[in-house]
Every structure is written in structure tokens, then in C-alpha cells.
Design a protein around this ligand. Sequence first.
Ligand SMILES: [Fe+2]
Length: 251
Amino acid sequence: MSIDPKPNRQPEIGAFFQRDRSWHPPAFTPGYKTSVLRSPQKALLSLDNTISEITGPVFGHDMLGELDNDLIHNFAKPGESAIGERIIVYGRVLDERGKGVPGALLEFWQANAGGRYRHKKEGYIAALDPNFGGCGRTITDEDGSYAFRSIKPGPYPWPNGVNDWRPAHIHFSVFGHGFAQRLITQMYFEGDPLIWLCPIVRTIPDRAAVETLIAALDMQATIPMDARAYKFDIVLRGRRSSVFENRLEGN
Ligand SMILES: [Fe+2]
């Protein structure tokens, strides 16, 4: 990974807020079977942030390829494109105070329109699309905004219960301004009935928290005769040292 000599952000300094563990799903959720063996067996300890969490690598736009934010074309043969419903996913990366996070690295990966991943351990019978790889990346602008093009992924079955299906989703990895702002999450699509049946989604205790993971169809951002748009904002942890008002922004 190259380090951009002219970073497109001025990093803040200072420790981050502690994670709100009542908002995030608990580690031990037996309905999601693999959580049983991989969840901690002992009580958690809370520690202050260290310098290795407060800091992190700086990402610049010059590390991106031309088609990194276009999953319709970034694996396709010249002149061809991926099969599926053409979509734009866009939004902003914000911190807990509602402030845009510029220079955040977003990486995303997803199944193809039939619900099949391009991965050697993938066993689902749906067909591969020779023109779809399923991953991409981008970096947020000065106000924390981002956008990429893709096709809408299909739902797929997975071996958890007898007949569990994942709703259509896109995986996101977000790297903000420090290792404490690393976030791995998933985005779902408005109106998908499988969201509320999914054992992974159901590990999230608060319905309002689930709703923050559902991208809304935004007809205003749609490109007519081309692609529909879905809006998805992502919230990372904020810096304690940057709170200068007597209330938290964005609440
Ligand atoms: Fe997935």
C-alpha cells in the first residue's frame, strides 16, 4: 500500500468514544450458529485508546484504479458489462457527531445477480457471471461522500438453520482516520422481506439499528434509462477531543 504524500484530509487527534455495545449486536447469539464458538468466553475489559488505535494509514485518490468504483465494468471484458439490475450506491461516511469523514477508504464486495460469489469455496448452484468480479473500492471526498456503481446482488441460501437465506446485501469495510474507526458492516435494500427473517440481522437487538443498515431507494439520484440509486450513510466512531459544543452533533 502506498502512502499519499499529499493526504486529502487533515487528521484529527485524540481518543475515540467507546463503542456503544447496546447498539451493536452481542457477540454470543446462538441463532447465528458460528457465533457460539467464536464469541469471548470471559468478561470484556474496557481500555483507553492507545496510539496504535488513534492513528492509522492515510489513503489518497491516487491509489485507486479508474474502474475500482464500477463493479458493472471492473471485471468485464471490453465492451461488455455485468448481468443484473444496474444500481448506484451512494451516501456519506460520518462520525458519531454527524461530521463527514474525508479520506476514508471504502472496500465493498458482494454476490452477483444470482446470489453467487466468485470465491473458490463458494458452493451455491447459481451461475457465475463471467463479467462480474464482485469487489471494488473508493475513497470519501472532503465532505465524507462516496458513490459507486454495481448490480443488485441476489439473495443466497447458507447452512445455518434448515432453510436460511441471506437478504440481498453488500459487504463494506470502512477505514477512517484510525484503527479504532475500522468498521465491517453490511448494507441491505429497502423493501426486501428477507431482511427480517435473517438470523444474522436478527442478532441486532434494536430495530432502529437494523434500519440504519437498509439503503433507501432514492429516485432523485436515479439516472433515467440507466440505473436506480440507493442511499446508504455509514457512521463511524467519533473523537472525544473534537466535541467543542455542549451537546453532541448529529443527535
Ligand atoms: Fe455475503
